[in-house]
Design a protein around this ligand. Structure first.
Ligand code: DHE
Length: 514
């Protein structure tokens, strides 16, 4: 009888109300992350941005806070249920794709009042041998003298920088992009930030125009390409990215094609590659055909001309990322399934070849070099422990090099006989292969920080030294003699990711990707 009474009492008790996540967000999070969840002084809290917090539990971050940031711990204030409901709330996609108009972008432009443009470099180091190290551990960039490896400056970046910073062709200014769409301009000669602007709400990467005047920002949110003036970070154009059938698309990546005086874009949601002119005299840009009198041109749907003229190249399926062949005539991309490569000829505007490339090739990390009189390119694979080496004249796979696990980045230099390939994923993430460019054999496997992720290489201007990241919060950049493969120096850094040498990047040194 007592048991029955207890059961009845329990049933009669009001059910524990589920926490009101939206109200909790407004009360505790919105002041820093904005009511819209699109970010304020704190980063955006939307799945597109949070997906990058690998291996970390969102609820744990809310409960414990984030060291060395302004993110406080909420464990004392909120119950575990409330924290879990907040974690679920910010993992939900936004109900609608938000707008981010030219006026919105312009309103975020801010310039450093203490910036004074120097007339000449304020340091004695070779300005073209400066190397930037992106330290994602505490969102800073270190500016290294490429000869002495001394740190000339260390400045704060926006939260979560991704992709390569892009230099103006003279190497004086550099632009750095964060996943939340902030673009920061930094003056290398003055060793000083100039200013920043939020060009998108969730962005992928940036590209510099051939003449250094325009910076393209590839966005996921909204579905746009933002083109900024590099002079003052003002908006030159926001291009809505919509497929021929009207479907809005995210931009996976944008790259500079200097020989073509254009930007080339990979679209994520529609089977199209776009080319956008950076030449005021460009055109006409016909969809599928460019500067061409081939049959069929008359049938093309659109023809734009002049600066920012756009043309569509129709492909069989969306291409996520790609690598350019010689003289930017062809690009090789991969399909979403990551099992084949597709070669697209940019001159005629169509696919011209296919090749088997299983295991999710990471073509954005591809590099190329001359081997035995023929130009080859190599790419790592994100899902298989191998590198594919492809002849770019006939697009045939000439070799497959087995590695100790799937890798992320490849690097070489014209003056180096070796390709450096990391093993980013799996138990051998602490290994770095050094591969002979002629024999395609692994000549040495370095193991400089056992148990830690060792990844991404950049060379000095002359190719004499290779800089390797120990990708940990108490990490380092290790400087190697690129010929003897001996360690020369170890510079402590906070989770260093990519490194970018001004010369190699502005001169399109052949061992470097985009
Ligand atoms: Fe990257 C470059 C896409 C995840 C670090 N990454 C690029 C580029 C693209 C790309 C298209 C070329 C842009 C450029 O430099 O202009 N990256 C992707 C993805 O699609 C992927 C797999 C998933 C994602 O969510 O974006 C991805 N990338 C990562 C990471 O997890 C890495 C390792 C850590 C991080 O910072 O997010 C990472 N990506 C990098 C780095 C570069 C990069 C360091 C620049 C390499 C270079 O040498 O130029």
């Amino acid at each position: 009888m007592r048991v029955l009474a207890t059961a009845v009492a329990l049933l009669a008790a009001p059910a524990q109300a589920a926490p009101d996540a939206a109200a909790l967000f407004s009360e505790h999070c919105a002041a820093c992350h904005a009511e819209t969840r699109l970010g304020g002084t704190g980063p955006a809290l939307i799945p597109e941005a949070l997906g990058r917090i690998k291996g970390e539990d969102l609820a744990a971050i809310i409960a414990e806070g984030r060291v060395a940031t302004q993110m406080p711990a909420f464990a004392g204030e909120l119950t575990p249920e409330e924290i879990a409901s907040l974690a679920a709330y910010i993992s939900e996609p936004l109900a609608e794709t938000p707008d981010w108009t030219t006026a919105d972008i312009d309103a975020t432009r801010e310039f450093r009042a203490d910036y004074v443009a120097a007339d000449a470099p304020v340091f004695t180091a070779d300005p073209l041998n400066i190397t930037l190290v992106v330290e994602t551990g505490d969102h800073h960039v270190s500016v290294l003298d490429g000869d002495s490896f001394d740190v000339l400056d260390r400045f704060a970046t926006p939260f979560a920088v991704h992709g390569g910073p892009k230099f103006t062709p003279d190497g004086r200014f550099v632009f750095i992009m964060s996943r939340d769409g902030w673009v920061q301009k930094y003056d290398i000669w003055s060793l000083h930030e100039v200013g920043r602007v939020r060009a998108g709400l969730n962005s992928r990467n940036i590209a510099m125009s051939h003449d250094g005047q325009w910076l393209a920002v590839a966005n996921y949110l909204p579905r746009t390409l933002t083109i900024l003036s590099t002079a003052d970070l003002s908006v030159a154009r926001v291009i809505d990215v919509t497929g021929r059938d009207g479907t809005p698309s995210r931009v996976s990546a944008v790259y500079q094609a200097p020989d073509r005086k254009s930007f080339v874009l990979a679209l994520k949601d529609v089977p199209e590659i776009w080319e956008v002119a950076t030449d005021p005299d460009a055109g006409p840009y016909h969809d599928g055909f460019v500067h061409s009198h081939e049959a069929g041109m008359e049938e093309s749907l659109a023809a734009e001309q002049g600066l920012f003229a756009r043309r569509r190249i129709m492909v069989g399926a969306p291409i996520d990322d790609f690598f350019f062949g010689p003289a930017y005539r062809n690009l090789i991309g991969t399909n979403r399934e990551g099992d084949k490569g597709v070669v697209v000829n940019l001159d005629v505007g169509r696919e011209i070849a296919e090749l088997p490339l299983p295991g999710m090739p990471h073509l954005g990390s591809g590099i190329s070099w001359m081997r035995d009189g023929r130009r080859v390119m190599a790419t790592p694979h994100l899902r298989e422990g191998m590198l594919s080496v492809i002849d770019v004249a006939d697009w045939k796979v000439v070799a497959t090099i087995p590695t100790a696990g799937p890798g992320f980045f490849l690097r070489s230099h014209e003056n180096s006989p070796y390709v450096w390939a990391d093993v980013f994923f799996g138990p051998n993430k602490d290994k770095m292969h050094v591969i002979d460019k002629e024999t395609l054999q692994i000549v040495r496997t370095l193991d400089p920080a056992p148990g830690k992720t060792v990844a991404h290489v950049e060379f000095t201007r002359d190719g004499s030294h290779a800089l390797v990241s120990v990708w940990e919060d108490d990490g380092a950049v290790i400087v190697y003699d690129a010929r003897t493969l001996e360690e020369v120096r170890r510079l402590p850094m906070r989770k260093p990711s990519g490194k970018y040498n001004v010369w190699n990047k502005t001169r399109f040194e052949e061992g470097t990707s985009h």
